[in-house]
Design a protein around this ligand. Structure first.
Ligand SMILES: Cc1cc2nc3c(=O)[nH]c(=O)nc-3n(C[C@H](O)[C@H](O)[C@H](O)COP(=O)(O)O)c2cc1C
Length: 223
């Protein structure tokens, strides 16, 4: 019987499967062992007290990068003379004091986080009566060829748009820091994507682009 020789291509494929499987099991076990990260979701008030121009910037975040984006948006909006409160969505009770609202979420599975969509449903009628702007923070926009994905990424805002039409929408690259994420199979999938070079771990937030969006949105909120 003739021995079957393995081609270079088959060898690389097999090695890839073995390495990928080992990495998957290895990283799964490593993160299962790791202590659960503690992430805090800060609140801020920026600007002078100004009851007639009060804006809420509210956010939903898991690992904290969206909180940082909300903070930068809040600071920029306050430079226009408004008082800006920045709050995690779960700490927002009443929208009545605010002339305008900006809401943003981290993206998981091509969607705003569930708590962010719940916020939209809970406050839909009040948000429809005020200037409202939305933003999202995701890793796809950190890719070198992000431009080609922008139209698809904008589609992820459709469920928000269907509830309340924003006067402006912000699309920002975020950050991936696995030390700030608890174990889940979705996080494991993200780790594998990083391992295969789809995305890079690290902070990809573009502060200039975030501030520029806030500055261009400010007059739409304060009109
Ligand atoms: C479980 C999980 C799923 C994610 N899904 C997506 C996704 O579908 N598309 C994307 O572009 N980014 C995705 N990301 C990346 C996050 O949107 C990005 O890291 C963001 O900056 C996280 O915000 P946070 O630090 O406020 O939680 C995902 C991240 C995690 C942890």
């Amino acid at each position: 019987m003739q021995a079957k020789s393995i081609s270079r291509r088959d060898f690389i494929k097999a090695a890839g499967i073995v390495l990928g499987g080992t990495a998957l099991v290895g990283s799964g076990l490593t993160v299962l062992d790791a202590p659960q990260p503690v992430v805090t979701y800060p609140e801020y008030t920026f600007g002078e007290e100004n009851m007639s121009k009060r804006i809420l910037v509210t956010y939903a975040s898991q690992a904290g990068s969206t909180a940082g984006v909300a903070e930068a948006i809040g600071k920029s909006l306050a430079e226009g003379g408004a008082q800006v409160d920045v709050l995690p969505m779960k700490n927002v009770n009443d929208l009545a004091p605010y002339q305008a609202v900006v809401a943003g979420s981290a993206i998981h599975g091509q969607q705003w986080l569930p708590e962010a969509m719940q916020f939209m449903r809970d406050h839909q009628s009040e948000l429809s009566r005020k200037p409202f702007a939305s933003f999202m923070v995701c890793i796809t926009l950190s890719m070198a060829n992000a431009g080609q994905y922008l139209e698809g990424v904008k589609g992820w805002m459709s469920p928000v748009r269907e509830l309340v039409h924003p006067v402006s929408e912000g699309y920002f690259a975020g950050a991936l820091d696995f030390s700030r994420l608890p174990f889940s199979f979705n996080v494991l999938a993200m780790r594998i994507a990083v391992l295969f070079g789809v995305w890079k771990e690290g902070d990809h937030r573009n502060w200039k682009a975030i501030r520029a969006w806030a500055e261009s949105t400010r007059p739409l909120l304060l009109k």
